[in-house]
Design a protein around this ligand. Structure first.
Ligand code: CDV
Length: 315
């Protein structure tokens, strides 16, 4: 295509991080993958959600204990600094998910966007927190995001970076069409996310294969319907016996998967994303200004849960 604009995007999938793994050991793995991604032409590297620790919301503990063991009080901090140094040395930026403790004591499931000079240029705090806050004693493990985190307070911002516009989200956010539409209405061309998706659903007997297929269908439909590139990084494999799905992917605005991880380990996938595919769709079938009819979508922001059908107009 003559008007093509390319961005090298890498997804750095992570294999398991066990309870006893140190931050320093984890960051070493991240640096290795960042270096590989840079060598393969990436300018933006996407790491997983809560990338620095095991997926700790699976364990019942007090908030104080969780903070002590798993939250970051500052970013970058001593342990994570080598990743920022490597990014600057290689001239690549990255997305990273971690548990954030704010100076005033709030706890968020957070991601940051870091530019090629190792400056933090964007922050997102997870909105769609799954799970529960009570102790489910009969469940095989917990999913305590509603206990350990507050709902994000920065909306779904889009950042001018990497000669494009980038929106961030985290894990469960990817299943909600609103996430992507809010990004695409701000002209985001690239959406990035990390995820930790347990293979077992503790709430109902969901067949394991659906965990992968609902993950992929969410990303593929969202990329197409919003004419965006989407890059999604898993933390996966068995963390101390708790298995999480892999399936890290880069999806084009066509809805097609152009790169996919095959392992459940540390693995880098890279694509040279032609951003002009965004325009192809946004100028035509998804020309929002021309075709959207928000006057007929009011119920989306007026209601949270499903209710009665709206009154039917007389015709
Ligand atoms: N970390 C997550 O947000 N996990 C959810 C699980 C609980 C379904 C996910 O959407 O993958």
């Amino acid at each position: 295509m003559s008007n093509s604009r390319h961005l090298g995007i890498a997804v750095a999938q992570m294999g398991p991080v066990h309870l006893n793994d140190s931050r320093a050991a984890v960051v070493k793995r991240l640096v290795e993958m960042l270096n590989e991604a840079a060598s393969r032409g990436a300018k933006l590297v996407v790491f997983p959600e809560l990338a620095l620790t095991t997926f700790f919301p699976r364990y019942w503990m007090t908030e104080e204990e969780a903070v002590e063991r798993f939250f970051e009080r500052s970013m970058p901090n001593k342990d994570v600094q080598p990743l920022f140094d490597a990014a600057k040395a290689r001239g690549v930026g990255f997305y990273l998910g971690y548990a954030e403790l704010t100076p005033s004591g709030e706890r968020f499931n957070t991601s940051i966007l870091v530019d090629a000079n190792a400056n933090i240029i964007g922050k997102y705090r997870k909105i769609h927190l799954p799970g529960h806050s009570d102790h489910k004693v009969d469940a095989p493990f917990q999913h305590l995001e509603k206990k350990f985190f507050e709902v994000g307070d920065v909306g779904i911002p889009v950042f001018e970076a990497f000669d494009t516009r980038v929106g961030m989200c985290l894990c469960n956010d990817r299943r909600w069409p609103e996430t992507w539409r809010v990004m695409s209405l701000q002209s985001a061309e690239v959406g990035v996310l990390g995820y930790n998706t347990p293979s077992v659903n503790i709430h109902w007997n969901e067949p394991v294969h659906l965990r992968m297929s609902t993950h992929l269908v969410s990303l593929q439909a969202s990329a197409y319907q919003n004419a965006m590139w989407i890059a999604a990084a898993a933390k996966c494999g068995s963390e101390d016996g708790h298995h999480m799905i892999g399936g890290s992917v880069i999806v084009a605005p066509t809805g097609e998967i152009v790169a996919r991880a095959i392992s459940e380990d540390d693995e880098v996938i890279v694509t040279s994303a032609d951003l002009s595919w965004v325009e192809n769709f946004r100028n035509h079938v998804f020309n929002f200004a021309k075709h959207r009819r928000p006057e007929h979508y009011k119920i989306i922001v007026e209601r949270t849960g499903a209710g009665e059908p709206l009154p039917i107009p007389k015709i």
